[in-house]
Design a protein around this ligand. Structure first.
Ligand code: NAD
Length: 291
């Protein structure tokens, strides 16, 4: 038997692919699965499984990086039901929402598995560079015992709580801020263009002034001004996050004025072009906003 723990990784998309590659490069023994064969082929460093059940039979701890709550619950069900399963811990790096994280925790517990709610932030570039943030809501002992693996993927691991759902709450409030700044920056710049101001000039000024945000400093400079719209975060995923935030804020009874407005905007863009990059909110508002 290998002295090194074997990690499983399910979901090798824009985030999971580079995170799993960093984990493999750190020397960890890993076995991976993605339902899209093309995603798996891009990862040369790992053993490739042909099903979730095969991952569960090979690894005590399995990471998920999957699109949303329904997919996580489906894949978790496959882990729980796997014959010859050795998996005891699932670390879910996906954004699924509070209710889905709680449901996943309960489903996992029934099967004798600890489910850790550990969503991430920092985009595909952060996943490649290993600089993403991990918001760990789960037992501290597990965070410690998986510290080496987590550090291979992230330089910013935060123990934000012990209950499944708390990681999601922090992730959703972060992405609501990100979605709001990204949309507001589009509106501000589109207004400036009507006044004869240059896009680059506006960004140069805003980015050393009080209107600066990660959206203005990174997304608008590197993805919008360049015309590349290649942040690697799809509109459908951003709309999902804002929807989950607005629903969670409504359920919690916390203020949700901006949340409702920002949600309506991202829902409209999601209905228009879900697979597009979320930085295309600039062209969406240019072409479909205003009068
Ligand atoms: P993605 O769509 O690129 O990747 C998801 C992967 O899951 C795909 O490769 C898909 O084939 C695979 N998959 C779907 N169903 C599956 C199943 N049943 N079994 C096995 N594999 C399956 O998405 P992404 O951008 O990598 O995002 C993954 C998660 O991380 C999402 O929850 C997202 O909200 C979150 N996230 C994304 C970013 C980003 O910038 N892209 C940043 C932070 C968090």
């Amino acid at each position: 038997m290998s002295a090194r723990p074997t990690y499983g990784f399910v979901g090798l998309g824009k985030m999971g692919g580079p995170m799993a590659a960093n984990l493999a490069r750190s020397g960890a023994d890993i076995v991976v699965f993605d339902s899209a064969g093309s995603a798996v082929r891009a990862l040369a460093e790992a053993r490739v499984a042909s099903s979730v059940a095969e991952v569960a039979a090979a690894s005590e701890t399995v990471f998920f990086s999957l699109p949303d709550g329904p997919v996580v619950l489906e894949v978790l069900g496959e882990v729980v039901a796997a014959a010859d399963r050795v998996t005891r811990t699932v670390i879910d790096l996906s954004t699924v929402g509070i209710d889905a994280a709680r449901a996943a925790y309960a489903r996992a517990s029934d099967g004798g598995i600890v489910y850790v709610d550990a969503p991430v932030s920092g985009g595909r570039n952060g996943a490649v560079a290993g600089t993403i943030t991990v918001m760990w809501a789960g037992p501290g002992e597990l965070l410690e015992s998986h510290g080496v693996a987590l550090e291979a993927m992230s330089k910013n691991v935060f123990h934000v709580g012990t209950q499944a759902g708390q990681g999601q709450a922090l992730k959703l409030l972060n992405n609501f801020l990100s979605a709001t700044a990204t949309a507001a920056t589009a509106e501000a710049l589109l207004f400036g263009l009507t006044q004869g101001l240059e896009l680059k000039t506006m960004l140069d000024v805003v980015n050393v002034s009080t209107g600066r945000s990660h959206a203005s400093a990174d997304k608008y400079v590197n993805r919008v001004l360049t015309g590349t719209f290649d942040s690697g975060f799809a509109t459908s995923l951003m709309a999902k996050d804002v929807r989950l935030f607005a629903e969670a804020a409504a359920a919690a009874g916390s203020p949700n004025e901006l949340g409702a407005t920002v949600r309506a905007l991202w829902d409209a863009m999601d209905a228009h072009a879900p697979a597009g990059d979320h930085t295309e909110v600039f062209t969406f508002l240019r072409d479909h906003g205003g009068h």
